[in-house]
Design a protein around this ligand. Structure first.
Ligand code: FE2
Length: 427
């Protein structure tokens, strides 16, 4: 007897009429037309069932703090960092935990069940670190939270930076972070990459650095990150986040860089909503888009994922925890408008992001965790187009969230009520 049988589902790879059989929180079989007795049966009605969404890059210590203590007037990254500096002394653990838990509720409702969040380690009290470790424990029954020790003010630039970061790791933070482009010089940035990669290698931890989040084409810390990853045998365990300078780099240099990044097994995370907002701010016209070279990195064999980065914080006043909105922006900024390109953008917020986080048992095949989402869309392309309603969200075979389908009621003179043409169900 199964616990749950999902029938007549379309999967992200395009297979239709699929059944997913679940027992003890795991998928025991995924096959076409399977029917078997189950405690609960869900008819997907031909709609898309996808593994849950994954956000590989977020800042949960800052989320939902928009307007505290003031709004970012210039909208720049640097004013955001300064504003965060003003907010930090005012933070309390309770408020931080409360905001983070509220965001996790939003995430679950949107089928976002795994988040890698950076946590600022610059403050010697490690207040934010302790608060997010507490949040990680509290949400563990319904959401996987992975923490990155993130020295926002520069691990070498800020007094006690290395010590604070090490203490955060000792308290249980999962991943080693960094911000080489914010160190005082290029040389110091490179030294920080070396030091942090060595620390990760010593401790057997993953690496995820904010790397070259800048429009400066000469910000080339991704090269050092790739070199150190290879030198230390960290292939597949290191991620460069943002890498926006790559947008502005010389094409000849990039033709050498991309194979180097691929060879070193370094993954890249683009944050489309934030990159399109914060980059190019020093430009007049034409204004650069500033997002890293997503299709070219993918074509070179690099694992590229998309992150949300910010939701209502000193850097960004928008967002709702919807990774389909992230994918939607990503495909626009990268001009990935072919059907294959759109599907790649869906992968960037699901399978690729899961690979970045080293999530165990992710997917829809037998043996995977039964953590998936029924979307009001017929396929991944439509899911992104509509930022489709998450009709049902399951984690380990248990229903966590439901959102009803909604249809617009039209009141138009002289026209019979039309079916809602935007709604997948009515076509
Ligand atoms: Fe970030």
């Amino acid at each position: 007897m199964l616990d749950l049988l999902v029938r007549n589902a379309t999967l992200p790879d395009g297979r239709t009429g699929m059944s997913i059989a679940v027992r003890d929180g795991r998928i025991v079989e995924t096959s076409a037309g399977l029917d078997a007795p189950a405690a609960e049966t869900l008819d997907a009605g031909g709609l898309l069932v996808a593994p849950h969404f994954v956000d590989p890059h977020f800042h949960m210590d800052a989320t939902l703090s928009y307007g505290l203590p003031r709004v970012n007037q210039s909208g720049t990254l640097l004013e955001g960092i300064a504003l965060w500096g003003e907010l930090k002394p005012l933070l309390t653990a309770d408020a931080l935990v409360e905001r983070a838990l509220a965001y996790c509720d939003w995430a679950v409702a949107k089928g976002l069940l795994a988040i890698r969040t950076h946590v600022d380690t610059s403050d010697p009290s490690l207040l934010a670190v302790d608060a997010l470790l507490e949040v990680k424990r509290r949400v563990a029954p319904y959401l996987t939270l992975q923490l990155v020790a993130f020295p926002q003010d520069g691990v070498l630039r800020s007094p006690g930076g290395v010590d604070n970061l090490k203490r955060a790791l000792e308290r249980g933070v999962d991943v080693v972070g960094g911000i080489p482009h914010f160190e005082r010089t290029m040389a110091e940035g490179a030294a920080s990459v070396k030091l942090l990669c060595e620390l990760a290698a010593e401790r057997g931890q993953l690496v995820d650095m904010h790397c070259d989040e800048s429009d400066d084409p000469h910000s080339r810390h991704i090269e050092t990150l790739a070199f150190e990853s290879q030198r230390l045998g960290l292939q597949g365990r290191v991620t460069g986040s943002h890498c926006t300078s790559m947008h502005s780099m010389d094409n000849y240099y990039v033709s050498k860089l991309l194979p180097l990044v691929a060879e070193s097994g370094v993954g890249v995370i683009a944050n489309p909503l934030i990159n399109i907002t914060l980059q190019g701010r020093h430009d007049s016209y034409p204004k650069r888009r500033g997002m890293t070279r997503v299709p070219e990195l993918m074509a070179a064999g690099v694992n590229v994922a998309f992150g949300h980065d910010c939701v209502m914080d000193p850097w960004y006043g928008m967002g709702s925890g919807d990774m389909l909105e992230v994918a939607h922006m990503g495909l626009h900024v990268a001009q990935m408008t072919s059907q294959a390109g759109i599907r790649q953008c869906f992968d960037a917020v699901t399978a690729n992001a899961a690979r970045t986080m080293h999530l165990e048992g992710y997917g829809l095949e037998a043996g995977c965790e039964a953590s998936f989402v029924l979307l009001l869309a017929r396929d991944t392309v439509e899911a992104i187009r509509l930022r489709a309603t998450r009709l049902k969200v399951y984690r380990r075979g248990k229903l966590l969230a439901e959102t009803p389908a909604s249809t617009a009621a039209l009141h138009l003179e002289g026209r019979a009520p039309a079916t809602d043409w935007m709604n997948a169900r009515n076509r």
